[in-house]
Design a protein around this ligand. Structure first.
Ligand code: NAP
Length: 527
């Protein structure tokens, strides 16, 4: 497939007339010469959003089987791009081939999983309350509820997952599954990869003769295009993965609209790992190795990267710290996604190193490329952590801090101190159960996912997954951005009161033609 540098607006390919953009190869530290991408204008954004507005009713009312087929065709199209897609993503991200192949599998897997979800129809949450005409003092009406698509959705692709959280990533798959047209703002860090995947979606929509505005993809660096997209009245929800500054800025744009809309932003998390005493004594070296492996995975550029470990001070914790330092010192430097992310990592690392009460105890191997990050490990005490609030800020990359606590009470105080997190991990053995029992209720208030004896990187795409959490991990702790229930972000309930049979949606008709499990008078029945 030829990459042209054009945006995709409905069925057209349009060259943006604003500032030219070039893709960047972070491994070489230089621009990729051709093609040049044209940034879009506010008019381009408006054209895409208007098409999406017009497509909405037709798209959401298509048979569920067509929507499911759309998702499956996108998955097949991505697979058919073969090595060319992986090569381009490698050039633009510096990520290794095996990682990108895995990410492609995850991307196509989640598209296919959402196709199953669409067909099964449980997301409709069909609910029927029978009328009670004889009820005193007032009769009850016939009440039926289903969920419907919220409207056109704006998706901001993430820098760190050029496939799985980007143009055809989780947000897009969930929005299409819900019946929402999507306008993607391509991430400037992988413009060519975005175009390739965007063209696959455009082709799948055309092949199925879907309404033109079901999908568009806009290009543009800086705020103009992104802000115009969130501000456009046709857009009814936003999916975003990126920085806290970017996410909160777009939340403000959405809140200032005459009709405010939800922004589902996944932003920053340091994913604390609690090292409980018996586990550290029994297998501290193994935990240290697992912790460091998780920390440096993908150059630490995961939202679930373990940026903090907390343990009770003593000889066993010292042995853990020594083992973690040795493991980290052996880790080679790795190329980061963009020069901006590399610069931000270096600043974050320098900030940690210069914080009073924080010592740098280990460094990974030296960098040999222009955007390579070397891993770093710091140690501090609980009092420093509790008083220096910037130690809670995400350092996006392979850096982590170990917090020494005087006792278990102080460990609980550190847990209580945290802002919202995507994950919290407990390393524990049987003898640690009493401490863990005290910790879990605190962590339930802080994190979207609590792990025992694992490491937080690696987020399964499944039905029970929660990739979310209180602010600043995300903008809305009630939902997840990974897994099948992420569809909930793009749905809203509608109640149909005393509707005649001819007007009822299929999901709520008495004959139950979709053969759904429905909540009928409080009972879950297939009737
Ligand atoms: P970002 O700078 O927030 O950018 C994400 C997307 O939003 C990009 O498409 C960007 O446009 C756009 N954008 C950002 N701020 C905007 C604004 N104020 N108005 C309109 N559009 C805006 O995030 P990033 O480039 O992915 O990474 C930068 C930093 O984000 C990292 O260093 C890290 O701290 C954090 N990050 C966190 C996670 C996480 O999951 N926790 C994941 C990735 C990154 P452009 O295409 O022009 O950049």
């Amino acid at each position: 497939m030829q990459i042209t540098g054009e945006m995709l607006i409905g069925r057209s390919a349009v060259r943006g007339s604003e500032k030219p953009l070039r893709a960047f190869n972070p491994s070489l530290g230089e621009d990729i010469a051709a093609p040049v991408f044209g940034s879009g204008t506010a008019e381009n954004v408006a054209a895409a959003c208007e098409l999406a507005r017009h497509a909405f009713d037709e798209f959401r009312n298509l048979p569920l089987t067509v929507r499911a087929e759309f998702l499956e065709r996108i998955a097949a199209g991505i697979t058919n791009l073969g090595d060319a897609l992986i090569q381009r993503a490698q050039e633009e991200s510096g990520l290794p081939k095996a990682r990108l192949e895995g990410e492609r599998g995850r991307t196509t897997g989640q598209l296919k999983l959402f196709a199953e979800v669409v067909r099964a129809g449980q997301w409709l949450a069909a609910t029927l309350d029978s009328p009670l005409p004889e009820r005193k003092p007032l009769p009850r009406s016939d009440l039926r509820m289903q969920k419907i698509a919220i409207g056109p959705v704006a998706v901001f692709g993430a820098s760190n997952f050029p496939l799985a959280f980007s143009v055809a990533g989780g947000d897009t798959a969930a929005a299409f599954a819900a019946g929402c047209p999507v306008v993607v703002k391509a991430h400037s860090a992988h413009l060519g990869t975005s175009e390739m995947v965007g063209r696959v979606i455009q082709q799948a929509a055309k092949d199925l003769n879907l309404p033109e505005g079901v999908f568009s993809m806009i290009v543009g660096a800086g705020r103009t295009v992104g802000e115009a997209l969130v501000a456009h009245p046709a857009i009814k929800a936003v999916g975003f993965t990126g920085s806290r500054a970017g996410g909160t800025s777009l939340m403000q744009v959405a809140a200032r609209r005459p009709e405010p809309i939800p922004v589902y932003a996944e932003m920053s998390s340091i994913n604390p790992v609690f090292l409980l005493p018996s586990a550290v004594a029994a297998r501290g070296a193994a935990i240290a190795q697992g912790f460091v492996d998780s920390l440096v995975l993908g150059a630490g550029q995961f939202c679930t990267n373990p940026g903090l470990a907390i343990g009770v001070d003593g000889p066993e914790l010292t042995k853990f710290i020594d083992a973690a330092s040795a493991a980290l010192s052996a880790k080679p430097a790795q190329t980061m996604l963009t020069s901006g992310i590399h610069a931000a990592y270096q600043q974050g690392e320098a900030r940690l190193a210069s914080t009073e009460g924080v010592s740098e105890i280990a460094h990974g191997q030296a960098a040999s490329g222009p955007t390579q990050a070397c891993a770093a490990l710091f140690v501090t005490d609980a009092q420093t952590f509790l008083t220096q609030t910037e130690l809670e800020d995400e350092v996006f990359g392979p850096a982590s801090t170990i917090v020494r606590c005087k006792d278990e009470k102080e460990l609980a105080a550190v847990a209580e101190h945290f802002v919202g997190q995507l994950t919290a991990t407990i390393q524990m053995d049987r003898d640690d159960v009493p401490t863990a029992k005290k910790l879990v209720p605190i962590l339930e208030r802080k994190a979207g996912r609590i792990l025992v004896n694992g490491f937080p990187t690696g987020v399964e795409v499944s039905h029970a997954m929660v990739h979310g959490g209180p602010f600043p991990a995300t903008s809305d702790s009630r939902v997840t951005s990974v897994g099948t229930t992420s569809i909930e972000r793009f749905l809203r309930p509608v109640c149909y009161q005393d509707f005649p049979a001819e007007l009822l949606p299929e999901a709520l008709s008495d004959a139950n033609p979709l053969e759904l499990w429905r909540r009928r008078d409080g009972q879950i029945v297939k009737a």
